[in-house]
Design a protein around this ligand. Structure first.
Ligand code: BDP
Length: 695
């Protein structure tokens, strides 16, 4: 808390006539200014979590027309009320007026302390959204059980694909020094209902399992616990060799199994509520069970057995593709995992990225969703914007997350959405999860820009309820972040809602993907074709030549469409029934292909690139319209970042068009500006020091 208070006090000089300066530290929560009238709050019970809940209400509520009573449903005075809490499970909350000991009060309750805390945050959110507390009657239970941030943080403080500064975790000074920021971080997560944190990178160092690092992780777990948050660790599959001195990491080897069991017991002695392991195996050079000719299920089940006595779980990633496999990369995860359905232990979830390639600005939903009915499928989303302009470009990802959650797998008829696969409704799974690759670092504003905070927010809200609307979430966030001026809120929401499509337009419209430059993934590189592995090259994905462009994933090509349920596969097999947003993902088409608009594919593509750049210009103009209505500090950083984004949108467009023209020999349609430089110039750009490349 201390840091949060200090953060708000650290005001930079506000320009005259503007709202107070704000460095973004407070996120969507209140600044530390003392409330006008501290509401009358009674806490029944004395757990640390209940105390935090009461403190939040005291700090965040401007006033309350009723005294507030906080406590678990079975607490004295509340138990007799017979409140309808049966369907709310362990984490659902209820907030409503009731008469307690003859006096009217607003009750904030649930079946556990954490539920009460979530209820307190819900009441705060409702008031900030304009609700009258006297008439508040809300209840909600999370639809997804494990709502987890994945930190790709390395033990040396760097963050793989992190664009908001160094890792929050200072492993070097842990466990002794517990930076007050750790609690502020946990508080922000709890305000959204996030209940788990994987502390270390999926490209894991075995050192995170060493005794001293377990002690460090335990110190973080202690800070997070009252906020309802468990810690998890990414496990390096070969740790029994590197740490244990064994000769093998074969998951069927008794010594290896015993090593993991002993290691798990050790972790649970230090962290009794440890959540479990996240594993990236046999992917991009990471070790795994395939090294021993064992399956992913063998590997996952070994770890699952080690944590099962402690109620731990294993999140086993399906992000696999092998250089030895010449098949379409988009097919490989399904090919490898689908036959394993039914072979995983009960406490394993298979964690699947939203799309089959890799967090591109747009991807069709991953064919594994709906294809493994016996296995809990955990959705992995990338909150950090590796492929959408790092921290600088404004891209609200709520719409991307919503698009995948709403996608209909047709696995069990119409309405078999990814959301229903993920929340377990489709197959009746109780173990469910959603993971977000965090965009959080040590920057004062946590996420590298004000609007990036909205992506953390949207992930948390959607993990609680995957059916929420991206627009409503944007509005909630904007109102809590910028205050109640309708012009500011409407402007922020309008900018957010079109921002992701703008990125799609200027980086890769109509289903194109993976066109970025090598390694750092910043900026365009559609020409790159010399990397060692074929599927690392953008040319592998777009397959453009003089005659046409796109990846044929129908029967005449890789037949990836056959991995979808028949109704979806049929739709995608024909370019005329494939959504144009995904056209070139599934089809290789001539440049003169007739689009629904009547334009040729080439003319339409150019129009998208132009629209992307124009949308960013509009976003700039809209933001200029709220100058003076948003504090100067956040306003000007956003304005400057939008200017960078505009310049770079133009760069993406120009470089891409220059390249496509060199391939297809066509001219630009009338009215479309020529690229600023020639292709050689774009090809010559180098960014060896771009952030987020890890080690
Ligand atoms: C890719 C990232 C890489 C990650 C990998 C993963 O470029 O840094 O390690 O995903 O998810 O998008 O494992």
């Amino acid at each position: 808390m201390a840091a949060l208070l200090a953060g708000s006090a650290m005001a930079f000089g506000a320009a005259p006539g503007t709202a107070q300066a704000n460095d973004g530290y407070d996120l969507w929560l209140s600044p530390a200014a003392a409330p006008a009238a501290s509401p009358d709050i009674r806490v029944i019970g004395d757990s640390a979590t209940l105390k935090l809940a009461a403190a939040e209400l005291r700090r965040e509520l401007t006033s309350s027309p009723l005294p507030i009573v906080l406590g678990k449903a079975d607490a004295p005075d509340l138990a007799g009320l017979r409140l309808p809490l049966a369907g709310l499970g362990a984490e659902g909350y209820l907030v409503r007026p009731a008469t307690i000991a003859g006096r009217p009060a607003l009750v904030v309750t649930g079946n556990t302390d954490a539920a009460v805390l979530y209820g307190a945050f819900a009441a705060i959110r409702a008031q900030k959204m304009g609700a009258d507390l006297a008439a508040l009657d809300i209840s909600s239970a999370p639809k997804v059980k494990l709502r987890v941030l994945n930190h790709w943080d390395n033990l040396d403080g760097s963050v793989e694909r992190g664009y908001a500064g160094q890792s929050l975790w200072d492993w070097w000074t842990l466990p002794d020094f517990k930076d007050p920021r750790y609690a502020d971080y946990a508080r922000a997560n709890a305000s959204l209902g996030i209940n788990g944190v994987v502390l270390n990178n999926v490209n894991a160092s075995p050192v995170s399992m060493r005794e001293d690092y377990i002690t460090k992780a335990a110190a973080l777990a202690e800070v997070f616990r009252p906020w309802g948050i468990k810690v998890y660790l990414s496990a390096r599959f070969s740790a029994p060799i590197e740490l244990g001195g064994l000769k093998t990491a074969d998951p069927l080897d008794p010594e290896v199994r015993a090593w993991w069991k002993a290691k798990s017991d050790e972790i649970y002695r230090a962290i009794p509520d440890f959540g479990g392991f996240l594993v990236k195996a046999n992917s991009e050079g990471q070790p795994g069970p395939r090294d021993y000719h064992r399956s992913h299920a063998d590997g996952a089940n070994m770890l699952a057995a080690a944590v099962a006595p402690h109620d731990g779980i294993v999140m086993w990633r399906a992000f696999v593709y092998a250089e030895t496999d010449p098949d379409d990369r988009a097919k490989q995860a399904y090919t490898e995992f689908k036959p394993l359905d039914g072979k995983f232990a009960d406490n394993v979830l298979v964690q699947v990225k939203n799309g089959a390639i890799d967090f591109q600005p747009r991807e069709p939903f991953h064919p594994l969703f709906g294809a493994m009915p016996k296995t809990p499928m955990m959705l992995e989303l990338q909150v950090t914007k590796e492929y959408l302009g790092f921290a600088t470009h404004l891209a609200y990802l709520g719409t991307l997350f919503e698009e995948v959650l709403e996608a209909d797998t047709r696995a069990k008829g119409k309405g078999s959405t990814v959301a229903k696969v993920v929340d377990g409704a489709l197959e009746g799974h109780r173990l469910t999860g959603m993971a977000g690759v965090a965009n959080i670092g040590r920057d004062r504003d946590w996420s590298g820009s004000t609007f990036n905070q909205a992506n953390w927010y949207a992930f948390g809200r959607l993990a609680w309820d995957p059916t929420l609307s991206a627009e409503i979430i944007a509005r909630e966030w904007a109102r809590q972040t910028f205050g109640n001026d309708p012009q500011v809120v409407d402007t922020a929401v309008a900018i957010m809602m079109k921002s992701r499509e703008a990125v799609v337009d200027y980086t890769g419209p109509l289903g194109l993907a993976h066109l970025m430059d090598t390694g750092h993934h910043y900026g365009p590189g559609p020409w790159v074709n010399e990397l060692a592995r074929p599927e690392w090259n953008p040319t592998y994905y777009h397959k453009a030549d003089r005659d046409g462009i796109g990846f044929d994933r129908t029967r005449t090509g890789s037949n990836a469409v056959s991995q979808y349920a028949p109704a979806v596969a049929r739709q995608l097999a024909d370019p005329r029934t494939t959504p144009e947003t995904e056209l070139l993902w599934f089809h290789h088409l001539p440049w003169d292909w007739k689009m629904k608009s009547g334009r040729t594919l080439w003319t339409e593509m150019v129009a998208h690139y132009d629209r992307g750049v124009a949308t960013v210009a509009q976003m700039q103009a809209q933001w200029n319209g709220v100058k003076g209505k948003v504090d100067a500090e956040r306003w000007s950083k956003t304005a400057t970042y939008l200017a960078i984004q505009h310049r770079e949108a133009r760069w993406w467009r120009d470089a891409s068009l220059a390249y496509w023209m060199s391939v297809n020999g066509r001219a630009l349609p009338a009215g479309s500006a020529a690229p600023e430089h020639d292709l050689a110039w774009y090809k010559a750009q180098r960014f060896p020091l771009a952030p987020g490349q890890g080690h």
